[in-house]
Write a protein that binds this ligand. Structure first.
Ligand SMILES: *[C@@H]1O[C@H](CO)[C@@H](O)[C@H](O)[C@H]1NC(C)=O
Ligand SMILES: *[C@@H]1O[C@H](CO)[C@@H](O)[C@H](O)[C@H]1NC(C)=O
Ligand SMILES: *[C@@H]1O[C@H](CO)[C@@H](O)[C@H](O)[C@H]1NC(C)=O
Ligand SMILES: *[C@@H]1O[C@H](CO)[C@@H](O)[C@H](O)[C@H]1NC(C)=O
Ligand SMILES: *[C@@H]1O[C@H](CO)[C@@H](O)[C@H](O)[C@H]1NC(C)=O
Ligand SMILES: *[C@@H]1O[C@H](CO)[C@@H](O)[C@H](O)[C@H]1NC(C)=O
Ligand SMILES: *[C@@H]1O[C@H](CO)[C@@H](O)[C@H](O)[C@H]1NC(C)=O
Ligand SMILES: *[C@@H]1O[C@H](CO)[C@@H](O)[C@H](O)[C@H]1NC(C)=O
Length: 403
């Protein structure tokens, strides 16, 4: 009996321990990366002032949550081998691997910049970081660029910055197109010579299902690019095209984020001017189904719209999920997550993982799990009380015996 009593006491502690472990509180940051694999939004790198940390953690998107009570979880074995910010992270087509490329890379122990490796991969199933060997052209050092992956598994990385003086933060900007084949693990700097865009960095990039990459905003030639001057790269023909979008006026910006919706709209959010002040509108939509593409500003966008830069945006079913960044209103790094419902263009506070049609099954699973866990806990309590009673009974008997 004593053994059973201790066993259940042990199980109780384990349950409490598991509950406390799952509540991870990440520190605020900007210039990080975020990717979604299955139902996890993983956060990679970033910095807060000069502070950086290598933890890998995720927001659990499998259940509903309120954005004041975020289900963050730490991947204990997932620490990055380096500290990095202003890099780009791309998920392989089969969701097995995260490619982390470029950025301001620092050695975790010496805290010195170390650009000797430009590509790190994370094996999602085994929670293991690797420094893969890559064949082909030499891999250039780059920061402040964004990669996309096409449906053949080729990553495209355009231009970007290369810091050369860490005191003055001076560096060079580029305009060539680099590719990494995620199957061949081969790097290639494309030799496109006609129609080259200006030297560019800090743009947003989204690839359309037809293989056209849409580059919006950012910096070129030390000025901000007009949001209507869209650069397009045709990955099927390795060709640059330019388009003058029409529609509403949108302030030029950098340090912003974008998502592509399944119905061909690119939603851009946040960012700032070159001197880091806020821009208008904060949120705008580029419809790529129109020819030329057309900007519009959803009428409800202003309500509860934060003023941030250096954040990220990911789309999961109906929600654009904005994480961290720097909040210009309060002049602080942001620890919040903002949720934008793309079906009715409003900021919401509650995240719901499912589309309405699949809502039922996940709800009933949740209820089932809830009942299951409650039952286990009830049984534990019952046995606990039973054991205590037995213990008392035997003690009473002992007393009676000694009498
Ligand atoms: C990879 O994860 C995304 C995000 O949840 C999901 O939409 C997609 O179906 C997954 N792909 C595979 C091959 O598992
Ligand atoms: C971060 O930098 C800002 C401005 O440079 C400074 O005011 C603030 O105290 C710094 N915070 C920390 C935690 O170092
Ligand atoms: C960081 O620097 C230390 C000391 O120079 C070195 O031993 C270590 O391999 C470096 N780490 C990486 C990931 O390069
Ligand atoms: C990038 O900058 C580093 C110094 O930070 C320099 O060693 C390297 O040669 C530069 N790369 C290119 C392609 O200019
Ligand atoms: C960086 O710039 C400063 C100021 O122009 C200069 O004194 C220094 O030598 C430069 N450092 C390098 C490594 O070029
Ligand atoms: C960028 O600036 C350089 C030199 O200042 C100039 O020669 C070039 O034409 C500019 N390019 C664009 C696209 O404005
Ligand atoms: C920042 O730049 C904007 C234009 O890009 C200008 O209107 C504003 O006055 C500038 N603010 C400061 C503090 O320099
Ligand atoms: C938009 O949809 C969300 C979730 O379905 C709902 O909470 C919100 O009230 C809606 N907003 C408007 C303006 O209809």
């Amino acid at each position: 009996m004593h053994f059973l009593y201790n066993l259940f006491k042990f199980i109780f502690y384990i349950i409490f321990l598991i509950n406390s472990i799952s509540c991870y509180v990440p520190s605020e940051r900007a210039y990080h990366n975020s990717v979604i694999i299955k139902d996890r939004l993983l956060i990679i790198g970033g910095r807060k002032n000069s502070t950086q940390s290598p933890e890998l953690f995720y927001l659990d998107l499998s259940n509903s949550f309120d954005n004041t009570n975020l289900p963050w979880n730490l991947i204990r074995e997932g620490d990055l081998p380096i500290n990095t910010y202003s890099s780009t992270a791309i998920v392989s087509l089969d969701n097995s691997t995260i490619f982390l490329i470029g950025g301001y890379i620092k050695n975790k122990s010496t805290l010195d910049y170390d650009f000797s490796h430009q590509v790190y991969t994370y094996d999602y199933l085994n929670s293991k970081w690797n420094t893969p060997s890559i064949t082909g052209d030499s891999i250039p050092t780059r920061q402040q660029m964004t990669g996309v992956i096409d449906n053949k598994g080729t990553i495209y990385i355009f231009g970007g910055f290369n810091i050369t003086n860490f005191t003055t933060l001076a560096g060079k900007v580029y305009n060539e197109m680099n590719t990494l084949g995620t199957f061949s693990m081969s790097w290639k700097t494309l030799t496109v010579t006609s129609n080259l865009p200006p030297l560019s960095s800090d743009y947003s990039a989204n690839i359309l299902p037809n293989g056209i990459i849409v580059y919006i905003g950012g910096q070129a030639n030390d000025t901000l690019v007009k949001m209507k001057n869209i650069k397009l790269f045709n990955t099927k023909k390795d060709e640059w095209l330019y388009m003058d979008a029409i529609g509403d006026d949108v302030d030029p910006r950098w340090l912003f984020a974008s998502v592509l919706t399944p119905d061909g709209r690119i939603i851009i959010f946040g960012g700032c001017t070159l001197n880091l002040s806020s821009v208008n509108p904060k949120l705008a939509v580029l419809d790529t189904n129109k020819s030329p593409y057309e900007w519009s500003i959803p009428s409800s966008f202003q309500v509860n719209s934060p003023s941030i830069y250096g954040h990220t945006a990911n789309l999961y079913n109906n929600h654009m999920i904005i994480t961290f960044g720097y909040d210009m209103d309060v002049q602080m790094y942001n620890f919040r997550v903002y949720l934008y419902d793309i079906t009715n263009n409003t900021w919401v506070t509650r995240f719901d993982p499912s589309l309405p049609s699949t809502q039922k099954s996940s709800k009933s699973l949740q209820i089932g799990l809830g009942i299951g866990i409650s039952l286990v806990v009830l049984i534990c309590i019952a046995i606990f009380i039973f054991c205590k009673k037995m213990k008392m009974k035997s003690q009473i008997l002992e007393i009676a015996d000694s009498n």
